[in-house]
Design a protein around this ligand. Structure first.
Ligand SMILES: C[S@@+](CC[C@H](N)C(=O)[O-])C[C@H]1O[C@@H](n2cnc3c(N)ncnc32)[C@H](O)[C@@H]1O
Length: 251
């Protein structure tokens, strides 16, 4: 299981605090990755809860299964959720998902499936970064905008779609279905130090991959990166990103 930095842990703890774990009998995590969230969420539940994770990546599902050893409350399923959710009607009291929807093209179909397998008055908790609105101070606004937006538009090979506005679009994605009553919550993560293990540092390092993909030039990245180093030396570096969370109840 990948070791998370303190910013990532803090943001996830905030999301877990919004989950109605006390009364949950069965919790599903869609796009569960290596199972980290489900394992943390389990710490706030009763001993009798059923915890199910589903993901299309064989490697992630293997990691998740290895992490839970012989805890029989958990099951992790290898499945592509674009072909539906392989569960009976109304079987889950909480359906959780973080940073999955951006890569799903037919979101409406998935949301209908979520509705079908959620029990009456069950809770949906869908969280997503809004990648396109990452805030980075820099000397050249156009260059910062170009790099942030190019990163957001980068459809990586494990994604069947790509929407860097998914955070801000959670509201309409759910509300347009008329199937849930919900509210939006936000968490703005800010960093003023440019060094590991801060979240902004890790993301700015990630941007370098755009050079290898020929999406920005090496010169553009180097100019941007040097500017960030200079700002950081003068204690002027600033990074922020917003996590959006839709919390809804089945109508
Ligand atoms: C950005 S990762 C988020 C993982 C985890 N929820 C987290 O926040 O740490 C997106 C996850 O969704 C999974 N995923 C993408 N498309 C999927 C699909 N069609 N069906 C099931 N899982 C999918 C990926 O394999 C990956 O584990």
């Amino acid at each position: 299981m990948k070791k998370l930095g303190p910013d990532d842990i803090k943001i996830r703890s905030y999301i877990y605090s919004l989950i109605d774990t006390a009364r949950a009998k069965a919790i599903l995590d869609i796009g569960c990755g290596d199972g980290y969230d489900l394992i943390q969420i389990a710490k706030h539940t009763t001993k009798h809860v059923r915890l199910v994770g589903i993901d299309v990546s064989e490697e992630k599902i293997e990691d998740a299964r290895a992490a839970i050893t012989d805890d029989t409350r958990f099951s992790f399923l290898l499945h592509d959720v674009t072909s539906g959710l392989p569960f009976k009607n109304e079987g889950f009291s909480v359906i959780f998902s973080k940073d999955l929807l951006e890569c799903i093209t037919n979101k409406g179909e998935l949301i209908k499936e979520v509705y079908r397998i959620l029990c009456p008055n069950g809770q949906v908790v869908f969280a997503h970064w809004d990648w396109d609105s990452q805030v980075i101070d820099g000397s050249d606004k156009n260059l910062v905008r170009k790099i942030v937006h190019t990163f957001g538009d980068w459809q990586q090979k494990w994604m069947s779609g790509c929407d860097p506005w998914m955070g801000r679009r959670l509201w309409r994605t759910f509300n347009s279905t008329g199937l849930f009553n919900g509210e939006m919550y936000t968490y703005v993560l800010t960093n003023t130090e440019f060094r590991p293990p801060y979240y902004g540092y890790e993301r700015i390092k990630d941007f370098e991959a755009l050079v290898n993909k020929n999406m920005i030039t090496k010169e553009e990245y180097d100019t941007f990166y040097q500017d960030i180093l200079n700002l950081s030396k003068n204690r002027e570096y600033f990074y922020a990103i917003t996590m959006y969370i839709y919390i809804g109840r089945k109508i």
